[in-house]
Ligand binder design. Structure first.
Ligand SMILES: NC(=[NH2+])NCCC[C@H](N)C(=O)O
Length: 299
């Protein structure tokens, strides 16, 4: 019964266990940041950071993130970045992959919000084509923008998508995605420009647990989150805004890879039984991204 869910009254299931299961990702795609830099300002975090990235340090940090994904058991796939596309390393944004009930791989290509990032998409499209995915496109005449898994986040282990909108993705995109993939989408309006992608304020940890920054959502959004997750861990302002705590990544429902120094969130994660792996992404924070933005989970 695919549909868009925008308020808690529209939830048609009582518990997440009522939804059909979806395999956890096995692979992770990353883009080597050899041409990464902050060259322009398209989100509030990039202001005053133009020209300030230490490329050597960035590559070191990126390698640490890559080795953590490897260590927790994901098969890491690499794409080389391109000169003139300094944000290409943030490979959560150019696509939304999906595996259907027959184990066929599908992907929606994004319509990037900023002109500066539009040329990134064909490189990913080519990779997906070479790697056996059926490719889908949104109608650019009707849908303004959509930034892939920056805003569209799969529920852990269930055929349910969470769809953020307001800054980088249009609400309309989710109707097409829901119809094509035949999955329900819970839409969440993003209320604060600092948290411009859903992955900056919302992290699915396991089927029953989310990590969020509550101030980034509307009342309706918070109601939906609390209606679906039994356990909601909240990040406080400093760790959410300065350290991108909610941009953590938990691909297997157990191991959380997170920016180093999120003391309060890490304690809450450990108390809830998660294994925390801290890593520095300081060079990427300058561009408004951290762990979750630097990868694409795949099957
Ligand atoms: N999924 C993410 N939040 N990605 C971060 C993208 C950062 C990039 N500088 C941008 O503004 O587009």
């Amino acid at each position: 019964m695919p549909q868009l869910i925008t308020t808690a009254e529209q939830l048609f299931f009582n518990s997440i266990d009522d939804l059909s299961s979806m395999p956890l990702p096995t692979d992770v795609l990353m883009v080597r940041p050899l041409h990464y830099s902050v060259d322009y300002v398209i989100n509030p975090h990039m202001a005053n950071q133009v020209g300030k990235v230490d490329t050597t340090e960035a590559h070191k940090e990126w390698k640490m993130v890559r080795s953590l994904f490897d260590r927790i058991g994901l098969n890491v796939r690499i794409i080389e970045d391109q000169d003139g596309l300094p944000d290409m390393v943030f490979c959560a944004n150019q696509s939304l992959p999906y595996i259907n009930e027959e184990d066929h791989r599908h992907v929606f290509m994004s319509i990037m919000h900023a002109e500066q990032r539009k040329k990134e998409v064909p490189y990913f499209e080519q990779w997906y084509r070479q790697n056996g995915h059926e490719i889908h496109y949104l109608d650019e005449r009707k849908i303004e923008n959509f930034e892939g898994c920056g805003d569209a986040i799969w529920h852990s282990g269930r055929r349910l998508l969470w769809g953020g909108y307001g800054h980088r993705s249009s609400l309309d995109a989710y109707q097409t995605i829901s119809d094509t993939f035949n999955v329900p989408v819970i839409t969440l309006e993003l209320a604060d420009e600092t948290f411009y992608h859903l992955d900056t304020c919302f992290c699915v940890l396991d089927e029953h647990t989310a990590l969020i920054y509550p101030e980034a959502f509307t009342e309706h959004g918070l109601e939906l989150i609390h209606a679906v997750f039994n356990r909601v861990i909240e990040a406080a302002e400093y760790e959410a805004e300065e350290l991108f705590a909610c941009n953590a990544c938990c691909p297997d429902g157990r191991n959380v890879i997170i920016q180093q120094g999120c003391t309060d969130v890490n304690k809450k994660l450990q108390d809830a039984g998660f294994s925390v792996h801290e890593v520095s992404t300081s060079e990427f924070l300058k561009s408004g991204g951290s762990v979750f933005c630097m990868k694409m989970l795949l099957w």
